[in-house]
Design a protein around this ligand. Structure first.
Ligand code: NAD
Ligand code: TYD
Length: 352
């Protein structure tokens, strides 16, 4: 079996669902259920004995040790993190705690478990660390996309904490020989994406007739990947990746934010027209994010060359699926728009 951390969040939940759709290997899912964790994402697994959910904190060493001893996982796939840049600007402490101390705790627990294994078990064991392209910093307009050898230049508390965790993972391989792999992926989108992030926030606001808040001039570029393509990339790294190696994952889909917002408005105009007029009337430019990175782009040639991975979705097919998913899953969004969510919206957007 495998141990997944953060499997009730956006990518983690998609990964667990994807894993169990292609494999019968059970998953132990450790998630603290912070504001971002949602068991509704895993509702379709209710009663499925292949999914064991444990509510708990990755910083809790005793608990993590117990899970390793009890379930003897052959691999750990580590998603759990504080993941939202804007939140990291308002409150960086949780980011250092979970992303840095949490990863350290998992590495130490995994090392203890790994040391206790026989040679064959030791060689087969994997610690897969899920990271982000944001650790590489911001690109100029004509700079080449991030390769695995790009220097680290994190600019936000979020990316700095992820960079720190990547360094710990690297060191645990180099120093102790722990068989780790790391993937640095570009921006994901798709089902179960928490509506504080650009794409689901714009869909939710448009459907509610609320302003669509575009930071600064809207010309910042992100490189978008449909979430199930990220899941298949992680499966490929787990199956065929070389310990100690880093794999950049992306979909070759660089888009300025304003173009994303216009695309979402056009799809909503087509699929759920508003008698009041095009949703693009709601686009509102607001004060920029402090330290806002201008451009991210991933060079995904290594994972394609070495592991044969390629994304299955284009941006056009993925974004259409995503909008359609949100339209039929309005109840899922509705349950999230709770007091805690509204409080965040007040904090982040009030001063803009
Ligand atoms: P998310 O915020 O949607 O989910 C994070 C999950 O981790 C939640 O279920 C939360 O409850 C859990 N968690 C948080 N702190 C925890 C703790 N201390 N102990 C146990 N569980 C805890 O995040 P996501 O977007 O699904 O991202 C998952 C991973 O992928 C992160 O490591 C992130 O850095 C990385 N990543 C995300 C993107 C993206 O576009 N979202 C891109 C590249 C990499
Ligand atoms: P986000 O989804 O927060 O991901 P990240 O910051 O990790 O890339 O934001 C994606 C881009 O969209 C980023 O350049 C910031 C911008 N953005 C807005 O313009 N308005 C918003 O309300 C949000 C949440 C993001």
């Amino acid at each position: 079996m495998i141990l997944v951390t953060g499997g009730a969040g956006f990518i983690g939940a998609n990964f667990v669902l994807d894993w169990l759709s292609v494999s019968d290997e059970p998953v132990v899912n450790l998630d603290a259920l912070t504001y971002a964790g949602n068991l509704e994402n895993l509702a379709s697994l209710k009663g499925d004995p292949r999914h064991i959910f444990v509510q708990g904190d990755i910083c809790d060493r005793e608990l993590v040790d117990r899970l390793f001893a009890e379930h003897q996982p052959r691999a750990i796939v580590h998603f759990a993190a504080e993941s939202h840049v804007d939140r990291s600007i308002h409150g960086p402490g949780d980011f250092v705690r979970t992303n840095v101390n949490g990863t350290f705790t998992l590495l130490e627990a995994a090392r203890g478990h790994w040391m206790s294994l026989e040679e064959a078990g030791k060689a087969a064991f994997r610690f897969h660390h899920v990271s982000t392209d944001e650790v590489y910093g911001s690109l100029g307009p004509n700079a080449p996309a991030f390769s695995e050898t790009k220097t680290y230049e994190p600019n936000s508390p979020y990316s700095a904490s992820k960079a720190a965790s990547d360094h710990l993972v690297r060191a645990w391989h180099h120093t102790y020989g722990l068989p780790v792999t790391t993937s640095n992926c570009s921006n994901n989108y798709g089902p179960y994406h928490f509506p504080e992030k650009l794409i689901p926030l714009m869909i939710a606001n448009a459907l509610a007739g609320k302003p669509l808040p575009v930071y600064g001039d809207g010309q910042q570029i992100r490189d978008w990947l449909y979430v199930t393509d990220h899941c298949s990339a992680i499966r490929a790294v787990l199956a065929k990746g070389t310990p100690g190696e880093v794999y950049n994952v992306g979909g070759w889909n660089e888009k300025p934010n304003i173009e994303i917002v216009h695309t979402l408005c056009a799809l909503l105009d087509e699929l759920k027209p508003d008698p009041a007029g095009s949703y693009s009337r709601l686009i509102t430019y607001v004060t920029d994010r402090p330290g806002h990175d201008r451009r991210y782009a991933i060079d995904a040639r290594k994972i394609e060359r070495e592991l044969g991975w390629r994304p299955a979705e284009t941006f056009e097919t993925g974004i259409r699926k995503t909008v359609a998913w949100y339209l039929v899953n309005q109840a899922w969004v509705g349950h999230i728009l709770s007091g805690a969510y509204r409080e965040w919206v007040d904090t982040n957007y009030a001063g803009r």
